[in-house]
Every structure is written in C-alpha cells, then in structure tokens.
Design a protein. Structure first.
Length: 147
C-alpha cells in the first residue's frame, strides 16, 4: 500500500515514513498540498496523510480540496499539533477520516493508520502471513521464508 505523507517538516515526515515502513507500507513524501496535488496525476495512493500545516487552506476546507481532485474515495487522515477541538472537528466534518494529534509514539501512530486501512480495505488488511509446512508466506511483502 502506498501512503502519501504531506508534511512541510522534513524531520517529522521522515519519522512518520519510518514508522509506516516498519509496518511494511510504502510511503511517499510531499512538502505541501500543491506538490501532492500535482503527483496524483501520475501516482495512486491508498491513504493520504496530510499535516495541518501543509497548506494555507484551513482544516475545514482542506478535505474538500483534496477530495475534489482524487479519482476515488481515498481515505484522508489529518495529522498535526493543532489541539483546537473546533478546528479538528471542522476538518472531520468536512470529510477527513481521522485526526492524529502529535506528538505520539511510533507504535500508536502505526496502529491508528493500520486500523483505518483495515476498515477501508478489509480484504487487503486480512491476515498477511501464512505458514505452509516449513514456509512462511508474507503476502504484504511478497516474501517466502523457510523455517
């Protein structure tokens, strides 16, 4: 699964991408919404994770701006340091599928992303690892291990 991380802070974006890659996801970084919107002509994302500081657009309008440009219903997760409940509620009301308040541990961050993806893509999120005799088959990573 490819996750778009739209965040102007390189260090924070790198932290998010490491947490996602640890869970087996692919991640692409975009510094702002303009850069991300240009990318959707060539890339298809399974989840868009966007910082509340990645755009000059308010949280109440950002989900509508993104959704208007996407081909299908791609889940949209807002992340950031904004603890203004009214602003976060407006973003959720405008179409975001969730909000993750930072700072947060890597484990909890990855668990929340995985939970959202499991609800949106239940078949893809089904069990990814199977044992067949002495072999472990990992569908997410397309890998076979001998035990």
């Amino acid at each position: 699964m490819l996750i778009a991380v739209v965040h102007p802070n390189i260090e924070e974006a790198a932290w998010m991408m490491r947490a996602l890659r640890t869970e087996g996801y692919s991640a692409a970084h975009y510094a702002n919404t303009r850069e991300f919107l240009r990318s959707i002509k060539r890339d298809s994302h399974d989840l868009v994770m966007i910082s509340d500081t990645a755009s000059h657009v308010s949280l109440s309008k950002l989900p509508m701006l993104i959704r208007a440009r996407l081909q299908q219903h791609t889940p949209l997760l807002l992340v950031g340091h904004n603890h203004d409940e009214d602003a976060v509620a407006a973003g959720l009301g405008a179409g975001a599928d969730g909000y993750i308040a930072l700072p947060i541990s890597s484990a909890l961050f990855a668990a929340r992303v995985t939970a959202l993806l499991r609800r949106v893509y239940p078949i893809r999120a089904a069990r990814q690892t199977f044992m067949v005799g002495p072999y472990e088959l990992n569908q997410r990573e397309y890998r076979i291990k001998s035990r």
